[in-house]
Ligand binder design. Structure first.
Ligand code: KIV
Length: 270
C-alpha cells in the first residue's frame, strides 16, 4: 500500500474508536527509526513525550527539556510516519505562565514539526490556555493524575488521587478539559476504579498509563515496554521485550569478534 492510500489516524478516528468500544494504542517515540517501526507495526498514536528528557537526554526529571529540543524530536518522528496521529508534549515552562505564551508554543510545534496535536499537563489551572490553543485550530490532549512536570510539587512518583478530595478534583478537571475542547486525556498512575469512572463520564477518550484496564486506550514509554531500561519495574509496566539483555549480548559479542579478529571475515570485506 502506498503512503497516499494509508488510512490516517486523526483525532476524529479516536472519537469513533471510543464510541465503538475499540481500544486505542499509543507509544512514545523520539526519533525517525523507531517512529517508522511503530507506525508500520500498527500503533494508533505516537507521543513525542517530554520523557525524552529522561530516556534520550539522561535527565532525572522532565523539567529541563526545552521547546527547541522537543521540536527536534518531533521533526524526526514525523519524518518516520505514514499513518499514526502524532502528539507532541509542550515542555515545562512553555505554557504555564499565560494563554498567549501557551498559544505561541503550540503554534511553534505545529509550524516547525508537522505534528498533528499537542499535549499539556494539568486541570483547571491550564483550562484558559487549552481554550485559546483549541480556538486557534490546534488539537489538544490533556494529562491528569501524576503529572511529571510537577514532580517538585508532589515530591514523589507515587499513585495519585487515592484520597477522596484529590479524586473529586480530578473528575472535575477531566470534565473541564473536555469542555475546553481537549480531544483526549492521558490519565497517569491513578486507581483503576477512578479511571473507570472518569472514562465513563467523558465523551472523549482517556488514555491510561498505570490507570488500569477501563481506560479507552493505553500508553507506555517505548524504552520501558521494550525493556531497554532494566532498572525501571513499576507494577503497571508490561515488558514486551528485553532489549537491555539482547543489546548488551550483541555488543559484547561484537567486541569479542573484533578483538579476536573474527570480524570482518573474508566474505565481509571487499
Ligand atoms: O512524556 C511522556 O512520556 C508522557 C507519558 C508518560 C504519557 O507524558
Amino acid at each position: 500500500m502506498s503512503a497516499a492510500e494509508v488510512k490516517k489516524v486523526t483525532t476524529n478516528t479516536l472519537q469513533i474508536m471510543k464510541a465503538a468500544g475499540q481500544k486505542i494504542s499509543m507509544l512514545t517515540a523520539y526519533d525517525f527509526s523507531f517512529a517508522r517501526l511503530f507506525d508500520t507495526a500498527g500503533i494508533d498514536v505516537l507521543l513525542v513525550g517530554d520523557s525524552a528528557s529522561n530516556v534520550m537526554a539522561g535527565h532525572e526529571t522532565t523539567v529541563p527539556i526545552t521547546l527547541e529540543q522537543m521540536i527536534y524530536h518531533a521533526q524526526c518522528v514525523v519524518r518516520g510516519i505514514d499513518r499514526c496521529l502524532v502528539v507532541v508534549d509542550l515542555p515545562f515552562g512553555t505554557y504555564q505562565s499565560n494563554p498567549d505564551v501557551a498559544l505561541a508554543s503550540a503554534i511553534r510545534v505545529m509550524k516547525e514539526t508537522g505534528g498533528h496535536s499537542i499535549k499539556l499537563e494539568g486541570g483547571e489551572e491550564v483550562v484558559d490556555s487549552i481554550r485559546r490553543i483549541v480556538k486557534a485550530g490546534i488539537p489538544v490532549m490533556g494529562h491528569l493524575g501524576l503529572t511529571p512536570q510537577s514532580i517538585y510539587k508532589f515530591g514523589t512518583y507515587a499513585v495519585r488521587a487515592k484520597e477522596e478530595d484529590e479524586a473529586e478534583k480530578l473528575k472535575k478537571d477531566a470534565l473541564l478539559l473536555q469542555q475546553a475542547g481537549c480531544f483526549a486525556i492521558v490519565l497517569e498512575k491513578i486507581p483503576a476504579a477512578l479511571a473507570k469512572a472518569v472514562s465513563e463520564s467523558l465523551e472523549i477518550p482517556t488514555i491510561g498509563i498505570g490507570a488500569g484496564k477501563y481506560c479507552d486506550g493505553q500508553v507506555l514509554v517505548m524504552h520501558d515496554m521494550l525493556g531497554i531500561n532494566n532498572d525501571f519495574n513499576p507494577r503497571f509496566l508490561r515488558k514486551y521485550a528485553n532489549l537491555h539483555d539482547q543489546i548488551t549480548g550483541a555488543v559484547q559479542q561484537y567486541v569479542k569478534d573484533v578483538q579476536s579478529n573474527d570480524f570482518p571475515n573474508e566474505q565481509e570485506q571487499y
